[in-house]
Structure formats: structure tokens, C-alpha cells
Design a protein around this ligand. Structure first.
Ligand SMILES: NC(=O)c1ccc[n+]([C@@H]2O[C@H](COP(=O)([O-])OP(=O)(O)OC[C@H]3O[C@@H](n4cnc5c(N)ncnc54)[C@H](O)[C@@H]3O)[C@@H](O)[C@H]2O)c1
Ligand SMILES: O=C(O)[C@H](O)COP(=O)(O)O
Length: 524
């Protein structure tokens, strides 16, 4: 049974797949009111109100996934989630149209003074001269950030006969041409636009993008809108430009601190505001809740999610193709980690044949997670494996080649310690399964599963017999046994599997057999 905490208000219809699922219990209450049971939840669903901090995540040790029913993930400590191995997903396009429409509503309201006129009429006034507005037609709209929402605004503006100028450093000429917008530098946009609207994420680069330095470059009488994230337009910097009449009006749906308390901007008649309503429509809320509900169910069912923020995004088809390899790679990492119990500085992974054409970065993370699992106390998975390896000073790299070395697909993992290097090779054979086919250039063939021991020995008559006799004397049944050697009488290896794990005393007895060089127990 999975327990899911829905900590912000969400569409009940959208959550239906979760509410109807048999193996799921949904609790709808704020995280701050669920202190006693935080440790029991496997999934956390939020909008922008719940602050998902490191502290909150640490109190949720069963947590596997955080789902943001919306776009912005600034309320989620992504590094902390990643560190704890928690997948973060969002619903990137479910509220695009609603936010674009809200921005447009704000723009027309701003230019036609609708909020102010509404208040005036409701105060029994009939003042037709105080609210003379400005037409959109023929004006130049500057859009900063032509992503999902910016694009929808551009289309709507064009229908209103507005010229659209765009500043987006990641926008290609082809895409600009396709949407029939003019690509501009930020300065060109500032100088030419009658109205400027921002639709970027809040990042180091976009924080204060419209601020004390850029505002003097804007046209006198400019209108500004921020329906993206508080801080992209520097709120404090607006004040002198509103006071001296340079700015004709400002529309804000978002604030640097929400809710804004006694905010000086709200004292200006020509500043209009809404309480972060961009995504607040029935349709958008249904879309985002349904999207994350479905994704969370998939995830808990062991399937891949398509909108992860801290994992490579894989389609269902791609995920199905890589699944056998990431399972194999995880086991290979685990086996090699237990075979070479030494500090490791570097891990390299080579993909050969058909596997080399897949999304191997995910497979590599899986191998690193398998490698780290026997070595770290915390839960390690594909999400946090890279970060934990880095923290431990372990570098990793991957190499892909379409050449085949005897197998249709082959993965080779090599680990480098201070003194030693260890290598294993694995392959996946359709309808047969995963096989380890090489250890330190010995050819071998075994199924990596269950209780195993790996023995390095000298290839001499009687060694295998003595191992078998001691195990038999201890009533240990050998399930499978594989041997490998390079030259007669030289170095050799054995890999044995059992129905139960062997105790330390028995391993010590085995290690005392003459000609056994080393022995390692491997638990998978
Ligand atoms: N008010 C609301 O309720 C609401 C609702 C949904 C989204 N949002 C916010 O709206 C914003 C846009 O959302 P989206 O879904 O369109 O995102 P998106 O990722 O589709 O688009 C963002 C665009 O910004 C561009 N960009 C990034 N850095 C830039 C920079 N330094 N200068 C100029 N452009 C830059 C990117 O190239 C991209 O095209 C986000 O901040 C999101 O959180 C607000
Ligand atoms: O990033 C978003 O999706 C919007 O800001 C909407 O936030 P909300 O879900 O809290 O309305």
C-alpha cells in the first residue's frame, strides 16, 4: 500500500486516478499538519504553496517522488530531493494556455484601466474621462522568454495586430521565423517595446533582468507585466520610474515575496495585481493534477515518468528499451563493488554494440547506484548516484562504440582503486536474461542473482574438489558453479551460487585452502 500526501489544493477530478487506485491511500492535508505521519508517505504532491525544504524531505524517509502540479519548482529544494534519491516531476504544459490567457487579460486590463474603472463604478462614480485607455493594435510587444507561455502570448498578440519582438538567447532563427516573431537583443527590445512581458524562469541570469540598469533604456510610457516569477522584474527598481511617470503601468501576478505585505508598489493606481492566478482555472488545474496523478501512479508501479526534473527524461518506448540494461548495469555495479572492497577513485563504463545507441547516461547512473549501494548507508538510486559519487571523490565516465566484441551488446565496467583495477563484462540476451561474461579478462558466464561467492585461485588439481568437500561438510548445497582460467596452471576464478548466504566462519575456512588467493561473498 502506497501513501500519498497531497499538500496543496488540487482538482479532485484530476486526482481521480490516484483516488481510485487500489493500492494507494491519498491523504489531503498540509505537510505542516501531518507531522506525526510524514515518515509514512511514499509520494508528495504540491503546487507552489508548500515549501519542500531539505528539512521536510529529511522527515519523509519513505518518500520516493515529489510531484509539482504546475511548472515552477522554485518551492522545491531540488538538490535536497536529489541528495535523498527522491525523483521530482512537474506538469510543464498543463497550465500554459491559462497563464497565457491570464497575461493577456492583465495586458488588456492594464491598457484600458479595467480594474480601476470597475472599482470606480462600484463606488457609484460614472467617470468616463478618467479611464481613457490605449489600444493594443499597432503597438510593439516585447516578450522576454519565448517558451511555452511566451509563444502562446505571441500568437494572441498577433491576432490583435500587435508587432511582436522577442528576446530569448536560446531561441533559434528558425523557430522565431516559424512563429513570425522578430528576434531582438535585450537592448533592442527595451528601446522599441511599448509593452514588455516576461516569461522566463527565475534564474541567476533573469533575476532583476528588468531593473535599475534596463529601465532607463525603455520607452517613456512603457507598460510592464510579470506573470512568470517574482523578481524577474525588480520590484524596488520600478518605484522611481512610476513616481516620475516614465512607466505608464505595471501588472503583476507574482511577487518576490508572496503574499506581498504592505507592498509599496500596491499604492500606485497604475499598478494592478492578482494573487498568482495564472494557473488558476478549472481546466489548468484539471490538466496538471491529472498529469501528475498519472505519472505518480506510473512511477509507483515501477514505470518510467516522462517529466522528471532530476532524472533524464525518457519516453515509454526508450525506457522499455533500456530497462534490461539498467537492471544488468545495477547488478554489475553491485558485484564489482563487493568483489573489490577497496577505496575507488574512478569508474569507467563502456557500451558496445546495440546498447551503445541507447540513452546510456541513465544506465551509467544505475550502475553507479549499484556500485555505491554496498558502500553507503543512505538510499542510493539513479537520482542521487552521481551526486553521492562526486561527494565521495569518485569520478565516472562512459564510452560508447557501435563495434561488437563477440556479443550483440556488451557493457564493461572498470573500477580503479589506489592499487588495483577490477573489470567485469555483462550482456543481456533476449528471452534468456542478464549474464556476467567476463571478470578481469577471465571468460565466465553466470546469472548475477542471489547469494554468490567469487574465488580467485591457482589452477591446480584438487582446489575445486576441496571447496566442494568443505561446503558439503557444512551441508551447503551449491546451486551453480562457473570456473574460468587463462592458462593451465595459472590464475583461475570460480563463481558459485547458493540458496542461502554463507557465514563468515565458513568463508574463512574456505579461504584457508591452499592455492586460494582471495574469496569474496556477494549478495544481490
Ligand atoms: N503565474 C503563474 O501562475 C504561472 C503559471 C505557469 C508558469 N509560470 C511561470 O512562467 C514562466 C514561463 O513558463 P513556461 O512554461 O513558458 O517556461 P518555458 O521553459 O517553456 O519557457 C521559458 C523560456 O525562457 C527562456 N529563457 C531562459 N533564460 C532566459 C534569459 N536569461 N533571457 C531570456 N529568455 C530566457 C527559455 O529559453 C525559454 O524559452 C516560468 O517562470 C513559470 O514558472 C507562472
Ligand atoms: O509555476 C506554475 O505552474 C505556476 O506558478 C502556478 O502555481 P500554482 O500551482 O501555485 O498556481
Amino acid at each position: 500500500m502506497y501513501r500519498i500526501l497531497v499538500s496543496d489544493s488540487m482538482s479532485a477530478d484530476g486526482l481521480q486516478p490516484l483516488l481510485a487506485a487500489e493500492n494507494v491511500e491519498v491523504v489531503q492535508k498540509k505537510a505542516s499538519e501531518a507531522a506525526e505521519e510524514l515518515h509514512t508517505f511514499h509520494a508528495l504532491l504540491v503546487r507552489s504553496a508548500t515549501k519542500v525544504t531539505d528539512e521536510l524531505i529529511a522527515k519523509m524517509p519513505s518518500l520516493k517522488i515529489i510531484a509539482r502540479a504546475g511548472v515552477g519548482i522554485d518551492n522545491i529544494d531540488l538538490d535536497a530531493a536529489t541528495k535523498h534519491g527522491v525523483v521530482v516531476i512537474n506538469a510543464p504544459d498543463g497550465n500554459t494556455i491559462s497563464t497565457a490567457e491570464h497575461t493577456f487579460a492583465m495586458m488588456t486590463s492594464l491598457l484600458r484601466h479595467i480594474p480601476q474603472a470597475n472599482v470606480s463604478v462600484k463606488s457609484n462614480e460614472w467617470n468616463r474621462t478618467a479611464f481613457v485607455g490605449t489600444e493594443l493594435y499597432g503597438k510593439t510587444l516585447g516578450i522576454v522568454g519565448l517558451g511555452r507561455i511566451g509563444t502562446e502570448i505571441a500568437k494572441r498578440a498577433q491576432a490583435f495586430g500587435v508587432n511582436v519582438l522577442v528576446f530569448d538567447p536560446f531561441l533559434t532563427r528558425d523557430r522565431a521565423a516559424k512563429i513570425s516573431v522578430k528576434n531582438a537583443s535585450l537592448d533592442e527590445l527595451l528601446e522599441q517595446a511599448d509593452i514588455i512581458t516576461v516569461h522566463t524562469p527565475l534564474t541567476k541570469e533573469t533575476k532583476g533582468l528588468i531593473g535599475a540598469k534596463s529601465l532607463p533604456k525603455t520607452k517613456k510610457g512603457v507598460y510592464l507585466l510579470n506573470c512568470a516569477r517574482g523578481g524577474i522584474i525588480d520590484e524596488e527598481a520600478l518605484i522611481p520610474f512610476l513616481e516620475n511617470g516614465h512607466i505608464a503601468g505595471v501588472a503583476l501576478d507574482v511577487f518576490e515575496t508572496e503574499p506581498p505585505v504592505d507592498h509599496p508598489l500596491l499604492a500606485f493606481d497604475n499598478v494592478i495585481a492578482t494573487p498568482h492566478l495564472g494557473a488558476s482555472t478549472k481546466e489548468a488545474q484539471l490538466n496538471v493534477a491529472a498529469q501528475v496523478a498519472q505519472d505518480v501512479l506510473h512511477f509507483l508501479d515501477g514505470k518510467m515518468v516522462t517529466t522528471s526534473v532530476n532524472l533524464p527524461t525518457l519516453t515509454k518506448e526508450v525506457f522499455e528499451k533500456i530497462q534490461p540494461f539498467y537492471k544488468l548495469a545495477k547488478k554489475m555495479g553491485n558485484v564489482i563493488s563487493q568483489c573489490m572492497k577497496e577505496p575507488v577513485n574512478d569508474i569507467s563504463i563502456k557500451y558496445e554494440g546495440s546498447v551503445a545507441e541507447l540513452e546510456t547516461s541513465f544506465i551509467t547512473k544505475s550502475m553507479i547506484a549499484g556500485f555505491l549501494t554496498p558502500r553507503v548507508a543512505s538510499n542510493v538510486n539513479e537520482v542521487n548516484a552521481g551526486m553521492i559519487a562526486k561527494e565521495r571523490g569518485i569520478s565516472f565516465s562512459e564510452k560508447n562504440t557501435s563495434n561488437q566484441s563477440g556479443y550483440e551488446n556488451c557493457i564493461t565496467v572498470t573500477i580503479h582503486g589506489d592499487q588495483t583495477t577490477f573489470e567485469i563484462k555483462g550482456t543481456h540476451i533476449p528471452h534468456y536474461g542478464e549474464r556476467i561474461v567476463g571478470i578481469n579478462s577471465f571468460n565466465i558466464d553466470f546469472y548475477p542473482s542471489g547469494h554468490l561467492i567469487y574465488i580467485q585461485h591457482t589452477d591446480k588439481p584438487g582446489v575445486i574438489g576441496r571447496v566442494g568437500r568443505i561446503l558439503g561438510d557444512h551441508e551447503v548445497n551449491i546451486a551453480t558453479m562457473q570456473v574460468g582460467r587463462k592458462n593451465a596452471g595459472g590464475e583461475a576464478i570460480m563463481m558459485l551460487s547458493f540458496d542461502r548466504s554463507l557465514d563468515d566462519a565458513l568463508l574463512t575456512t574456505l579461504s584457508e585452502i591452499d592455492d586460494i588467493v582471495s574469496i569474496r561473498a556477494i549478495e544481490l
